[in-house]
Design a protein around this ligand. Sequence first.
Ligand code: UDP
Length: 484
Amino acid sequence: GSEIPQVHIFFFPIMAQGHVIPTVDMAKLFATRGVKTTIITTPANASFFSKTIQRSKESGLDVDVKILKYSTEEAGLPEGCENADLLPTSRDEPKDIVSKFFKAKVMLQEPLERLLQECKPDCLVAHMFFPWATDAADKFGIPRLVFYGVSVFSTCAMECMTLYEPHKHVESEFEQFVVPNLPGDIKLSKKQLPDYVKESVETDFTKMLKASKESELRSYGVIFNSFYELEDMYADYYKNVLGRKAWHIGPVSLCNRAIEDKAERGKKSAVDEHECSKWLDSRKPNSVVYVCFGSMANFNSAQLKEIAMGLETSGQQFIWVVRKEKSNGEEEDWLPEGFEKRMEGKGLIIRGWAPQILILDHEAVGGFVTHCGWNSTLEGISAGVPMITWPVSAEQFYNEKFVTEILKIGVAVGVQQWVSTVGDFVKKEAIEKAVKKIMNGKTAKELRNKAKALAEMAKGAVAKGGSSYSELNALIEELKLRRH
Ligand code: UDP
């Protein structure tokens, strides 16, 4: 056997799907390279990982889970908090995230320290919302890496916004300004910015972000679910201009090549995956548009109805994912009358969770209407599918710019404002127009060729000798060396 003990890495995610999914993929990815990986979570969330752990073990991957045990007494908190869900989830409002953020430090830092002391991992990869994880790791000389789960581009854009505050120099809400210093001349308006960027008073939320940023600066570096060639301009900017240390090891979703892995990500699918595959198998290549807005975005009935009408008039085949449960035979007020009957054989509505990469990777899928969450964006890129960008909140407006103006593999549906304000109503004509544009004709061809080239690049990056492969290797080697 080998004398060098295995490198051991802790992963500590928050419980939002957009974060858990890439974290699990990351753990699996490291495990395929001989690293022992352990996902850290709380009692309330442990069962979420059992399927992954079981399947990973079956395929010989060293992925495990460890639970942070905390006592309310020690933390000086009232009884009954033992099962409180202390990790931010997708369902949380910003105020809940903030309260968990401050509570987690009190409740979880000590249990984390105990685990670190007991297992002595070589590295702790933790979400930005656990700034105290840096202090915990420091105590034992363990390097802490930050994982945001967002693009390098949006990370740089946000840094430039904070540094130069260009929005403070424009009057009107819709007036465009250039993000200073950021390569690519990216234009935004105040309406597209999250509220907390614009607020000039300090709130608990901005305090939280500040603490997160400070801990990033004290951390060992940042790990990105991206690949160098995709964002070279920004990877260089982040490293050389902002002076940070970073590793680009993605797209991590490409580690899921088995059909079961593609199907079982995040939640259980609301459709039978084989049925879904069969449905796609019977369609021509690039003939289906896939519509999905991630795990959090919710539209009202009027907007859903408008999407339905836009899809219908586009004449295109589609798979449309709606975060609604099936109601027992009742008329669903978000669907135009007789819609499903008319669309039979032409469109598939998935009510609930869809097997997204299974769908995107299918050759029948030729377009993706997306809210531009970074995971979805990268999954679309990895599948070589042109996109219609429909950002809703978070850093999605930045990702839209990246897709439409830098990569040039998508068209914007035309949303003008961040959702927590009022939200934009997108008309059916805009949807129809965008669908036609990315699915058929000259523009579609150009977009598709570029998207396919990027997908090849993505596969090359994670293949042996590729950039992500090598950066991952370099990180593992560096962690080995640190032991001496
Ligand atoms: N996802 C999925 N099925 C769904 C909706 C989402 O598998 O019905 C996955 C998607 O593939 C992605 C993640 O959930 O990996 C969503 O992350 P993203 O960053 O795109 O958006 P968020 O949900 O964080 O807004």
